[in-house]
Design a protein around this ligand. Structure first.
Ligand SMILES: NC(=O)c1ccc[n+]([C@@H]2O[C@H](COP(=O)([O-])OP(=O)(O)OC[C@H]3O[C@@H](n4cnc5c(N)ncnc54)[C@H](OP(=O)(O)O)[C@@H]3O)[C@@H](O)[C@H]2O)c1
Length: 336
């Protein structure tokens, strides 16, 4: 068997602070299982935590990054019932770092993986689909015909958000950071797409909606877009700032909401999946999306786990479309 290892954030800093180190094979506590990972998700939050962007749950280095992975159960704790060796499961926000070949994880946080979806797609898509579930179904009643604006529409979350929103009959305006990404957003079903690096998205939205604005802006970019997002809203509209890829929103005056009775929310998936019942019911919907082969989720890059720093460089570079997934090196090259 290949030697277990994990990736550590050794200090707050750039991608170079990610270093690999050997570990002993984990042993399960009574309520845990040990997983041999097959595919590991790379999410933007991994970058925030590595770079020390203020977060409610910033761990101090050294720590193992990563919030989700897929794997096969290889050992069961003494109290575990209803799970089997060899079973495929996934998890997210389980209080363990997922950038590792093996992990001991609480059975409470495990989610069974349906048989008809591959591990890479689950690692790429589950967190993102869960996020889209609460954004579209739990924040505000969104009836067919409602206009929404999705920023970074060609990214990992953005791809699923656009397609799911179209399934709900919404009118989707999208932004993306290059002309190629704009074409991707349109191919995903967006009704309109704007290159927000070359066009003023506020005036474009104004023109497209004939001055009426949109009901909801799903804003994962944060600092660079937030002010503009507010300007795109119809009266009583909502900006959901669910990510801060360009930096955090600072110095926002509540009074800016006053003239059009606007709403702002800054949610996190962790709140929505904190209890097991909610996590499983949202996962069922997320898997309906992921198991549907007509839903496109691009795997931009597959990398060996030992090259996690390259994964971070790529995701930060703003050149990716879709998701990056890490694979334990021994599954790519069985000699290792
Ligand atoms: N709150 C939650 O519950 C939750 C859960 C999951 C994810 N998220 C958020 O959802 C967003 C998408 O996550 P993801 O992992 O799927 O990433 P992603 O969308 O694949 O990548 C981030 C994208 O953000 C855009 N971007 C704009 N300004 C940027 C900048 N200065 N630097 C880097 N990227 C910039 C880029 O797209 P363009 O080139 O098109 O601009 C980039 O590709 C992230 O903000 C993440 O934090 C939030």
């Amino acid at each position: 068997m290949a030697s277990p290892f994990e990736i550590m954030v050794t200090a707050i800093g750039g991608p170079e602070v990610l270093k690999s180190r050997s570990i002993n094979m984990p042993l399960p506590a009574p309520n845990e299982v040990v997983l041999a990972h097959t595919a590991i998700g790379v999410n933007f939050v991994d970058i925030y935590l590595r770079a020390g962007q203020a977060h409610s749950h910033n761990p101090q280095p050294p720590f193992v990054p990563g919030i989700n992975a897929v794997g096969n159960i290889m050992a069961l704790g003494s109290q575990i019932q209803g799970l089997q060796i060899g079973q495929k499961v996934t998890y997210t926000n389980a209080g363990v770092g997922s950038y590792s070949t093996h992990v001991a994880v609480s059975a409470e946080r495990l989610i069974p993986v349906p048989p008809d979806v591959d591990d890479v797609r689950v690692a790429a898509g589950l967190v993102r689909a869960l996020t889209c579930q609460y954004l579209l179904k739990q924040m505000r009643q969104l009836n067919p015909g409602t206009r929404v604006l999705v920023h970074a529409a060609a990214g990992g979350v953005g791809q699923i958000l656009v397609q799911w929103a179209k399934r709900l009959g919404l009118v989707v305006l999208a932004t993306a950071g290059s002309d190629i990404k704009v074409q991707t957003a349109l191919a995903l079903g967006a009704d309109f797409a704007i290159n927000y690096r070359t066009q003023d998205f506020v005036s474009e939205v104004n023109q497209i909606t004939q001055g009426q604005g949109v009901s909801v802006v799903f804003d994962s970019v944060g600092k660079d877009t937030f002010e503009g997002s507010l300007k795109c809203l119809e009266p009583k509209g909502l900006v959901v700032n669910f990510g801060t890829a360009s930096g955090q929103v600072e110095g926002f005056a509540l009074q800016e909401l006053h003239s059009k009775s606007l709403w702002v929310c800054r949610p996190t998936l962790r709140t929505y999946i904190a209890n097991r019942h909610d996590m499983l019911s949202m996962s069922a919907e997320a898997f309906e999306i992921l198991c549907d082969p007509t839903i496109r989720l691009d795997i931009d890059t597959l990398l060996p786990l030992s090259q996690a720093s390259e994964a971070h460089r790529l995701l930060e570079s703003r050149t990716t479309q879709g998701a990056i997934v890490l694979i334990p090196d021994s599954l790519i090259n069985p000699q290792e």
